[in-house]
Write a protein that binds this ligand. Sequence first.
Ligand code: ZN
Length: 147
Amino acid sequence: MSGLRDLYQEVILDHNKRPRNFRVLEPCSHHADGYNPLCGDQVTVYLDVEDEVIRDVSFQGSGCAISTASASLMTDALKGKPITEVEALFEQFHDLVTGAAQPSAKVGKLAVLAGVQDYPSRVKCATLAWHTVKAALENRSEPVKTE
Ligand code: ZN
């Protein structure tokens, strides 16, 4: 298992160092801000939704390695997905990082964040971007807080 852990660690470090889709999306149909006061992570998520499908998704912000890598991996995972699938994927991801479920094929590359379950205080870092996407899709204008 430790070999797999090392690989997961490497992917997280890579996404933290070179976050994917790290830019402002202009124009975009949805956006929202998220904040995790426990760790100080801040994220803004941008979505371009057309015909109920996420055509493009990006983020900006600053935070710890887990929050940045998670947001980066999330944008990769959500691009091209129907918005009706976002909630279910978030639930699977949440189960993964809280240790409620083993990684399944459905979560794909997001599985690299499974190690977060050993660090309960980091769960909010890992889920911040997801909470923020949910808020964006619901057109909530108040910034999202994980607390
Ligand atoms: Zn954090």
